[in-house]
Ligand binder design. Structure first.
Ligand SMILES: C[S@@+](CC[C@H](N)C(=O)[O-])C[C@H]1O[C@@H](n2cnc3c(N)ncnc32)[C@H](O)[C@@H]1O
Length: 350
């Protein structure tokens, strides 16, 4: 019986260009795709082709190993599953499996996930093949069949999002809770959008600490700041609860950061808009102007800042991005309710 590791190596070497599949969360799909490309950048995958279908991304690359793929999936907030692609079908291609030796290594069972438009995607062809495999000694796992937009992908699952782990630290389960707290998956994604693998991450409006907690768990040196002492004390309790005492907490002002210039590798933050969270009497536009100037000062050149803003502030924010020496990488919409859509900006310091 060959080991799983050896089988995987054999599988990889049989494929000339390795292709990986990523199942994206349907909740904020554009953000999920940005998270994937940011993590590919963080893990130095420069040469790849990316194909995007509804809730599914395929990445073809010789730069990405299976262990990189597992590291990417382990860090993600909005990537539900990832693995190695074994076969693709457009639903009409009966010959598709003819010269795919690789599939002989896959298990007898197939788990099927239909995303959308699953009819005519070739799932039956793929499934029948898996159930017909007759070399049990070489089987290494369960095949995954994903159908979306008329294509079927058969893959070998290598990583899955651990939602139980996310549930354990949901804001409402932590000792200090406020309604301003961001969910775990979104906080994690904001950190990943900085597109760095290691270094120092700053959240200058940390609140109950959702973003800083994820940054620290990923392994970043993490600095978090809030103006409100009650919040800082509460955040401290959350850190203790999660055994994250190494996070650096400062009661300070994002408009004049107590940090040296060019010392921060990435920033991820959710500033107040003066509604659910207080701006401490500062006008919202002024607050954005001042903290963006400070972020531009403390970030290293090429460092990214990820921040949210209400939709009604977008014109001003766009102007500020240019004035403060940033280049806009992306802007995504997050619908909150009828009166509020949030924008997630990713900007890079020149
Ligand atoms: C929207 S909340 C952040 C929520 C946080 N992401 C969480 O998940 O709990 C904004 C925070 O910014 C803080 N704040 C407001 N003005 C500030 C300033 N000038 N400097 C630092 N923090 C400030 C508020 O006290 C509030 O805790």
């Amino acid at each position: 019986m060959i080991s799983v590791r050896d089988s995987l190596k054999q599988l990889e070497s049989l494929q000339k260009n390795r292709t990986y599949y990523f199942i994206l969360s349907g909740r904020y799909e554009a953000l999920a795709l940005d998270e994937l490309t940011s993590l590919l950048k963080a893990f130095n995958a420069a040469n790849y082709k990316l194909y995007h279908y509804t809730q599914l991304a395929l990445v073809e690359s010789s730069d990405v190993s299976t262990s990189t793929l597992q590291s990417i999936a382990a860090r993600a907030g909005l990537i539900k599953e990832a693995g190695l692609v074994l076969a693709l079908s457009d639903g009409n291609d009966a010959h598709l499996l003819e010269d795919l030796d690789v599939i002989r290594l896959v298990g007898r069972r197939a788990n099927k996930t239909s995303i959308r438009g699953a009819s005519n995607c070739g799932a039956e062809i793929l499934e029948n093949y898996v159930s017909g495999v007759s070399e049990p000694q070489a089987r290494i796992g369960v095949a995954r069949i994903v159908c979306t937009e008329g294509i079927g992908v058969m893959g070998l699952t290598l990583a899955k999002l651990d939602t139980k782990d996310f549930k354990h630290r949901e804001p409402s389960k932590r000792p200090f809770f406020r309604s301003i707290a961001l969910p775990v998956y979104l906080s994690r994604t904001l950190v990943n959008l900085t597109a760095i693998r290691s270094g120092t991450i700053l959240d200058p409006f940390c609140g109950t600490g959702s973003i800083a907690i994820e940054a620290a768990l990923i392994g970043f040196r993490t600095i978090c700041i809030d103006l409100d002492w009650t919040i800082v004390r509460g955040f401290h309790r959350n850190l203790k609860y999660l055994n994250l005492s190494h996070v650096e907490q400062i009661a300070g002002d994002a408009r004049s950061l107590p940090l040296a210039s060019s010392t921060i590798n990435g920033a991820a933050t959710d500033p107040p808009y003066g509604r659910a969270a207080s701006t401490h009497r500062e006008k919202v536009g002024e607050l954005y102007s001042k903290f963006l100037a400070e972020l531009s000062r403390v970030l290293v050149s090429g460092g990214r800042a990820v921040f949210m803003a209400p939709h009604w502030l977008s014109e001003r924010v766009e102007r500020l991005i240019n004035e403060m020496g940033f280049r806009k990488i992306s802007r995504r919409y997050l619908y909150v309710h009828g009166a509020l859509t949030r924008l997630v900006y990713v900007v890079e310091k020149h």
